[in-house]
Design a protein around this ligand. Structure first.
Ligand code: FAD
Length: 325
């Protein structure tokens, strides 16, 4: 068995960097790999975080990084780390930035890219296998890269943050990188609209589906969401077709992948494209008039009933319950 080969984990979003580390750790011992993390700035606190969450080594680019926010600078930086360390794989957190970085890095390295991976394994010959969804989440495929390093982007929220161990130490290694001029220039930054949300970090989500008949009826679902301290989300028909909610509030294959403690689906049928985005929620509650709706196959608690009757009752009950405590 070969020891001390390397797998690199990276994202410029802290949560996704830890998820990428978790993905790397999931196969590290099986493949006898050390785990390296890349830190874009010399921040001792962040270095400690990376070590505590499973990095064996942390690569820091020495100098010359003026604009680490630009994707081109991050690409040059990752390229320098990969060229210096010759890793078996590079795992990149699947933010929009990460989904751009992974294919560009693999092209620069002349290697293989696997996008939006949900799990990894190692076969008997030590090859890293990556799994991703196909057919809108109805099936998975397993990929084996024919060339190294495998560059993989990780689907957000599919790996838990690794367990913290403050006694872990990591070696900090400097890397010389040649950071070129960015090939794109930011000409303006438009702030998020007032009331914008980050579904991925919301512990409670209440999602409205097509069972809601009119736009103004969303208020009924929103009231339930407020009563349970949640965030209102929607299925694709409500977001993309009807435009009742902004895109950032869409859950599912072409929206956000979420993993809240509580997910309440109101008038949502539970088609696969929606379910892939919420099935890993801790507790799922579904309210639907159709007892054969697929959402009932993934929920922990199902209420067969008309949302226009059930939701106000539930809201009342939650308000009473939560006000009492
Ligand atoms: C490539 C692709 C990507 C997609 N991405 C996404 C995605 O990211 N997110 C997403 O959500 N969808 C996505 N879809 C669409 C998805 O396949 C479904 O069409 C969609 O999720 C259905 O939304 P829905 O459950 O709101 O509506 P419907 O399927 O129409 O279901 C409405 C449900 O409400 C119930 N109902 C009706 N009246 C009431 C009532 N009064 N009380 C209670 N229940 C009631 C009905 O029984 C029904 O089950 C995608 C599709 C494709 C092809």
């Amino acid at each position: 068995m070969v020891v001390n080969k390397l797998i690199i984990a990276y994202s410029d979003e802290p949560t996704l960097a830890l998820e990428a580390l978790s993905a790397a750790r999931s196969i590290a011992s099986k493949a006898s790999l050390k785990v390296g993390a890349v830190s874009i700035k010399p921040d001792p606190e962040w270095v400690k975080e990376l070590a505590a969450h499973g990095a064996d080594a942390i690569y820091q680019v020495e100098d010359g990084v003026q604009d680490v926010k630009s994707v081109d600078a991050q690409l040059d930086m990752l390229l320098a780390v990969a060229e210096q360390t010759k890793p078996e794989a590079v795992f990149i957190g699947g933010s929009r930035r990460g989904r751009e970085l992974a294919p560009r890095l693999s092209a620069r390295l002349g290697s293989a890219c696997a996008a939006d991976c949900i799990s990894f394994d190692v076969d008997d010959s030590g090859r890293i296998l990556s799994t991703r969804m196909v057919y809108g989440g109805a099936s998975n495929i397993v990929l084996a890269a024919k060339v190294k390093p495998l560059v993989a982007s990780i689907r957000p929220k599919t790996f838990e943050k690794p367990q913290r161990d403050d006694s872990r130490k990591a070696e900090v290694i400097s890397v010389k990188a040649k950071i070129g001029e960015p090939k794109v220039r930011i000409i303006s930054i438009i702030g998020a609209e007032k009331g914008s949300v980050n579904l991925r970090s919301s512990p409670v989500i209440v999602t409205a589906g097509r069972g809601v008949k009119k736009r103004e009826d969303l208020a009924i679902v929103e009231e339930l969401s407020n009563a349970v301290g949640g965030v209102l989300a929607g299925t694709r028909p409500l977001v993309e077709d009807l435009k009742w909610l902004p895109k950032e509030r869409q859950v599912g294959l072409s929206g956000e992948t979420v993993k809240p403690n509580l997910y309440i689906a109101v008038g949502v049928s539970g088609q696969i494209h929606h379910v892939v985005g919420m099935k890993d929620s801790r507790i799922i509650v579904a309210i639907n008039t159709d007892e054969r709706a697929p959402i009932f196959q993934v929920c922990d608690y199902g209420i067969v009933g008309d949302l226009y009757q059930v939701v106000p009752e539930l809201t009342k009950a939650f308000k009473t319950l939560l006000n009492k405590s």
